[in-house]
Design a protein around this ligand. Structure first.
Ligand SMILES: Cc1cc2nc3c(=O)[nH]c(=O)nc-3n(C[C@H](O)[C@H](O)[C@H](O)COP(=O)(O)OP(=O)(O)OC[C@H]3O[C@@H](n4cnc5c(N)ncnc54)[C@H](O)[C@@H]3O)c2cc1C
Length: 609
């Protein structure tokens, strides 16, 4: 009899789960030189942000000015705004797929659910390999690695490895949390199915499936806020269930209930009362529930409500959050604020970014296990803020960078935290991540050079802060044709440059509907949304050139014709006594405009190495 086909992969870092957390873990580890295997159980990447679930990415900057996440996440957002102006889901899937599939150093194993592992024979607290079954090829894939990063959301490696984890809500007494319960329980936030709807120019009938629930009145719908069609910046997040059950093992039954509710809700919108939905059609309804919460790992540190609200500083800060404490209560759709379930939502806005330490990203008892995403080491209330995908993204970049640095030095994550944390933080800052309380170090080449500019004041370019923050602009306002110049005492070899330009993190200077700017992928398509509703940051520097002075002559050594990224880091490979950056005009040499619509080139840093 022919046995199951088996394939063995060798990696430095193995990532389980390709949601936003897992993707950014994999990409950052790979970009820092680690050989990465990413095992993901779905055909498309992105987890809750993929076309299978369709949640949009929010983060610290959605609620508080200047706090939007940068690094790989902003690279993705800008790529999406630039290449996908209509915000189509197939294009978004293609973008995420391309970023991972064609990243050198990543071995992408799709449609493969990790379901078992082997612990090391010599150390029972070390994972040796994990295995998963690939449904498309009937193949068992096994990955051996030095470090395993569980980004599955459900923390699949916790029960398999014996890693400590939590499910549910803590008692207030455990961490002294204001929103904690009198007694701990195992309830969680629920899961949801999303609907996508489109306005047409004619009346569209809707007949619900016979098995859908029927909600004749708003009271039957438990008074959920369903004026969604008028508000493009919301969705049916409240079609939520499962928090009173086991959000892992009961998922299939919860999905069946959610389907009955979701079709019933659309029936209510179309056929039961006036909701302005006559001309709207149901374009898509997801069959894969998006999960908010399941198992959370226990690391060397557990982030709490107090840390989130007081912005506790940490020496091992590697990420930050800033989304409100957004605690959905377990009853979900069927709760109307009843005493037993305590209402539907429990929120508190935050005004400052809170640091997240590296110690929240590795297991307390399994030595080579890390994690990033909604399963980090946090109390239920802290998780209620850190769970959003902007935060999950920067956690992923921190986890992947940390794993790669640990592998490079042959360290376990805890050892890397004590002996290589500075290197991890420097790498994150260099990669355009923001760490509250930390400044990026300039390269020695620019630190020791003479900096000048032909227009304005450019000292800010070397202050180590690459965004507007805490009342300071931290940027240089440049002009077309006017150079920023670094001069060296004698000719030096310049291998490359790093440039950070303004990408309008608050998404304020973009043509179109301002409500849509914070929503990368809207779910309601009113007829009024045309191509220009989505737009691109006007202030982003589109064209520039770099010139080097050698033997008394300026020569162009780099030209950008259609830059659409905030961070540009490229090789130069020249020996020069000076190097200058010159913003160029977008539309011919007469035009003042050197960005996607602004006459100003707003630059946060220009560095040479
Ligand atoms: C309905 C809903 C609305 C939300 N609204 C927002 C919002 O507006 N903005 C926002 O930013 N966040 C929102 N969130 C929260 C956010 O979506 C999640 O916290 C976030 O997706 C967590 O990211 P992650 O990468 O940790 O996990 P996930 O997105 O869950 O990704 C984990 C991936 O791992 C895969 N996986 C699981 N088990 C295995 C296995 N054994 N083997 C291989 N792969 C596996 C899963 O298929 C999944 O794709 C919402 C969540 C839900 C459910």
């Amino acid at each position: 009899m022919e046995g199951l086909r088996q394939i063995h992969h060798e990696a430095d870092v193995c990532v389980i789960g390709g949601g936003i957390g897992g993707m950014l873990t994999a990409i950052s580890a790979a970009r820092h030189g680690a050989r990465v295997a990413l095992m993901h159980d779905r055909p498309v990447l992105g987890g809750n942000a993929s076309s299978e679930i369709r949640m949009w990415i929010s983060g610290a900057g959605t609620r508080v000015r200047n706090l939007q996440e940068t690094g790989i996440l902003e690279e993705l957002m800008l790529d999406n705004m630039y290449t996908n102006p209509d915000r189509s889901w197939p294009m978004w899937d293609a973008l995420l797929y391309g970023k991972v599939r064609f990243e050198p150093n990543i071995d992408l194993i799709l449609n493969c659910a990790c379901s078992s592992l082997e612990m090391s024979g010599s150390d029972p607290c070390v994972i040796e390999s994990v295995s998963g079954f690939q449904t498309t090829t009937y193949t068992l894939h096994t990955v051996s690695a030095a470090i395993f990063c569980d980004c599955s959301g459900d923390s699949i490696l916790a029960p398999l490895s014996g890693a400590e984890y939590r499910v549910g809500r803590e008692a207030a007494s455990e961490y002294g949390e204001e929103f904690g319960l009198p007694e701990a329980d195992s309830r969680t936030m629920g899961m949801s199915l999303m609907l996508q709807c489109r306005e047409t120019d004619h009346k569209v009938e809707f007949t619900p499936p016979s098995w859908a629930y029927r909600f004749d009145t708003d009271a039957d719908m438990k008074n959920k806020p369903h004026e969604c069609l008028l508000k493009p910046n919301t969705n049916f997040y409240w079609i939520e269930l499962g928090g009173m059950r086991d959000t892992i093992h009961d998922t299939e039954e919860i999905r069946d209930e959610l389907l009955k509710i979701a079709y019933g809700v659309w029936d209510h919108m179309k056929n039961r009362g006036e909701h302005g939905a006559d001309n709207w059609e149901l374009e898509w309804l997801g069959f894969l529930p998006g999960k908010r919460e399941s198992r959370r790992y226990v690391g060397d540190y557990v982030l709490t409500q107090n840390d989130v609200e007081n912005c506790t500083p940490f020496e091992d800060t590697v990420a930050y959050g800033g989304w409100q404490i957004d605690n959905h209560l377990p009853g979900g759709f069927f709760t109307d604020g009843g005493a037993d379930q305590g209402g539907h939502l429990q929120k508190r806005r935050l005004s400052e970014p809170y640091p997240i330490p590296f110690r929240c990203l590795y297991s307390r008892n399994i030595r080579n296990l890390m994690f990033a995403g909604r399963n980090i080491s946090a109390s239920h209330i802290a998780f209620a803020s850190s769970r959003v995908m902007g935060t999950v993204g920067v956690l992923g970049q921190a986890c992947g960078t940390g794993a790669a640095v640990a592998v490079k030095h042959g360290l376990m994550p805890r050892e890397a935290c004590s002996s290589a944390i500075g290197e991890i933080q420097d790498a994150l800052l260099e990669d355009d991540c923001f760490l509250p309380g930390f400044r990026r170090k300039n390269y020695p080449l620019t630190e020791n050079a003479r900096l000048s500019c032909e227009y304005g004041e450019c000292g800010q370019l070397r202050n180590g802060l690459d965004r507007r923050i805490w009342g300071s602009d931290n940027g240089y306002f440049g002009k077309t044709g006017k150079a920023v110049i670094y001069e060296f005492p004698s000719p030096v070899y310049v291998s490359g440059f790093r440039l950070i330009v303004d990408s309008d993190l608050d998404r304020e200077q973009i043509d179109g509907n301002p409500d849509l700017m914070h929503i990368p992928m809207p779910l309601f398509r009113a007829l009024g949304y045309n191509h220009t509703s989505f737009g691109f940051p006007k202030c982003l520097l589109e064209r520039f050139r770099i010139e080097a002075l050698a033997d008394g002559e300026w020569k162009t050594v780099y030209t950008a014709e259609d830059n659409h990224q905030r961070m540009v880091r490229e090789k130069l490979g020249v020996t020069a006594s000076a190097v200058r950056l010159i913003p160029e005009a977008t539309w011919g040499s007469d035009a003042l405009i050197n960005t996607y619509g602004s006459a100003v080139a707003h630059i946060f840093s220009f560095d040479l190495f």
